[in-house]
Structure formats: structure tokens, C-alpha cells
Design a protein around this ligand. Structure first.
Ligand SMILES: [Zn+2]
Length: 275
């Protein structure tokens, strides 16, 4: 039986006056859970986020990475049907064969707000525990973390695809599809340049007196924003509190504002760079 989740999401619009989403919109997205047990490292690597290419040192990243030891159980992020389970040598779902190694794709039982079927993809697995066509419940163990395909070290590569599961470009930022971790908050951001266009590859730093957490923006046709948010970065798993959000420019900062998040809260931030 499907579990009903009552989500309490507070959305605050900061900066510009144009809302980038309403509260009901986020509720339509928070339908998945994290693809790992709570005992594993469930914090994604925000230093190599969705849409980033490590200053052109890597292929642009179509998902998020969870660094975990080989053998860590991988869980179905939501209930659904296994669309594919096997090597991506024969069934190519990345930019080249054997990119994701052992890969599982699950089709979920809900559609995206804009109407496409929603899929999750789990890459670089050391082992696969499900078969094509099999039904899975949310939280079911489907495989184990590994480093098959093109992977630097053992980690789970996790993607959300909408519409076409075999289309490498049909991705969305997975961070948009599950709520903040217990006791944490999330910022969904849109960073705009001086002409009002979404900026690509900009380092956005969230800092407090004790912490510095960078992430990078995305804004390319091959790396879609969610049609509902128009976002180009997400910073998840923020401890409650206020953060200085800054973007460095030529001689100083071209964006320098404060944003506060509470536990369980998702904050929408529209940030305009002034240089
Ligand atoms: Zn990855």
C-alpha cells in the first residue's frame, strides 16, 4: 500500500518579485526518497552537482553523486517498475557505452507536473538485485554501490529523467524531487546575470562563521531546469540558520546576500548578479 506523505513546505520568495514557484508546486515534486539507507552517506556531493563539468575537467554531470563504500545498499527512490537493469554496454543510456556500468532505471507511478513519466537511474553499481519488469516498493534494496563504468572511486550516481528514460538529455536535478533531510532545509536558486539570463558554471558559496559550502550553476540546453522552477542551482541539506550567499566577481562580489532556512523548509531564491 502506498504511503501518504504529508509534506509541510514553506516557500519564501527572496530577492526579485517574480515567484518562481508556488507551495503546491514543490509538493508535486517531493514524491521520491533518497536512494540510500539513513545509515549511509545520504548527503550528495554538492561540489560536483547536477550540471557541473568541473571547469571542463569532466563530462557535464547529469545527476548527483553519493560517495559510499562498495557494497552499500541502493534503494528504490520511489515505488515503480524496473524499466532496465543491466550493463549499459548494450543498452546505451549515457554519452557512450559502458558509461554508467551496471545501471538500473525505474519508472515511477506518477507523472511530472508538466506531464512526463518520471524515471530514476542508478549508476556504477557493483551488483544488481532486480530484473526488468519487476515491481519495487519505495525503499526496496535494488542493488549495491560500486564503481563500474566510468567512475572515480566507489559512489552512487543518481539521476531523475522525465519523459524518455533512454535520453541522456532528459534529466532534471534530483534534488528537486525529494524533501530536505530530517532537520535540514533546502534552497532552490535561480542565479541571473546582468542581462537577466540564467548564468552557467558560476560558483555560489553558502557560508557561515563555521562553514563554507560551494556549489555551481547550470544553464545549458543539455542540462534542463525544471519547467516549474526555472532553477539553475540547488543547495540541499542545510542546517537551520542564516547563510551568506556570495558570488565572486572581478574585483569583489557580484552577489552578496543573506538567506535563512528552517528545518523542513524549502526556500526559493532568485539572485541577480550586479556585475
Ligand atoms: Zn555522477
Amino acid at each position: 500500500m502506498r504511503k501518504l506523505l504529508i509534506l509541510v513546505i514553506t516557500l519564501i520568495m527572496l530577492g526579485a518579485a517574480t515567484p518562481i514557484a508556488a507551495q503546491s508546486d514543490a509538493q508535486t515534486h517531493y514524491l521520491l526518497a533518497r536512494p540510500l539507507p539513513a545509515t549511509a552517506n545520504i548527503r550528495p556531493d554538492f561540489g560536483f552537482p547536477y550540471g557541473w563539468h568541473r571547469n571542463h575537467q569532466s563530462p557535464i554531470h547529469h545527476g548527483m553523486d553519493y560517495l559510499n563504500p562498495r557494497g552499500t545498499p541502493v534503494l528504490a527512490a520511489g515505488a515503480g517498475t524496473v524499466f532496465y537493469a543491466g550493463s549499459d554496454t548494450d543498452f546505451v543510456v549515457g554519452p557512450q557505452p559502458n558509461f554508467y556500468g551496471n545501471v538500473i532505471i525505474i519508472q515511477h507511478d506518477f507523472a511530472s507536473p508538466e506531464g512526463g513519466a518520471v524515471f530514476t537511474l542508478y549508476g556504477h553499481l557493483s551488483s544488481i538485485g532486480v530484473a526488468q519488469g519487476q515491481r519495487v516498493d519505495q525503499g526496496a534494496v535494488i542493488g549495491k554501490v560500486g564503481a563500474t563504468g566510468i567512475a572515480i572511486g566507489s559512489h552512487l550516481h543518481f539521476e531523475v529523467r522525465v519523459g524518455d528514460p533512454a535520453n541522456y538529455g532528459a534529466v532534471r536535478n534530483p534534488e528537486l524531487w525529494y524533501p530536505p533531510a530530517a532537520g535540514k532545509g533546502k534552497v532552490i536558486g535561480r542565479l541571473l546575470d546582468v542581462n537577466g539570463n540564467p548564468a552557467m558554471g558560476i560558483r555560489v558559496v553558502f557560508s557561515t562563521a563555521a562553514t563554507v559550502q560551494p556549489t555551481f550553476t547550470y544553464a545549458e540546453a543539455s542540462m534542463p531546469s525544471d519547467p516549474m522552477y526555472g532553477e539553475n542551482f540547488v543547495m540541499g541539506d542545510l542546517s537551520p540558520g542564516c547563510y551568506r550567499v556570495r558570488v565572486r566577481g572581478g574585483a569583489g562580489y557580484v552577489y552578496d546576500e543573506s538567506v535563512c532556512v528552517k528545518a523542513g523548509q524549502t526556500v526559493l531564491l532568485e539572485a541577480h548578479m550586479n556585475g
